[in-house]
Design a protein around this ligand. Structure first.
Ligand SMILES: [Zn+2]
Length: 155
């Protein structure tokens, strides 16, 4: 769990080159308490914003683009592994650098948490272990693919 005290602190989680694209979500108030991760869709669409932090790491923000994605068909999400008719998964892309984009095939609005919580409730279990795994996969994508230092150094 982590806390963002202000819009400045939220923006500081993103790479400097991404900060200009970030729009706060409707009804977002500070301090913002986040369990594992939070994601929201740009008010006019086209982008999805993600902030996550694994234990011991700095909050990390990623700006995803939904432009150019294929049709939203029922499919499996690479992060929460939800699948079935209710799951709208598709390719979200983020910039690695000025020349390169990287994609990940996930729930289109990053609503992985909602799905895991629903499933955990149905089974009478805690959703936390599954959400922790999703956050770990987000961290792997950010560090391995986007080359973001999760400790926050150099941001
Ligand atoms: Zn998902």
């Amino acid at each position: 769990m982590f806390k963002l005290d202000s819009e400045d602190e939220l923006l500081a989680a993103f790479r400097p080159k991404d900060r200009g694209q970030v729009e706060l979500g409707h009804g977002m108030v500070f301090p913002l308490i986040v369990r594992g991760y939070t994601a929201w869709v740009h008010p006019s669409g086209g982008k999805v914003f993600l902030i996550f932090a694994a234990a011991g790491d700095a909050p990390t923000g990623i700006v995803f683009s939904t432009n150019g994605a294929g049709p939203q068909v029922p499919n499996m999400c690479d992060w929460c592994h939800s699948s079935g008719p209710g799951v709208q998964a598709g390719m979200l892309t983020a910039t690695v650098n000025a020349k390169k984009l990287a994609g990940v095939h996930v729930c289109y609005d990053l609503s992985c948490r909602d799905k895991l919580e629903e499933e955990a409730n149905r089974l009478g279990k805690s959703a936390k272990p599954a959400i922790d795994r999703v956050v770990a996969r987000m961290g792997k994508f950010a560090s391995d693919v986007l080359k973001i230092d999760l400790s926050g150094v150099g941001r």
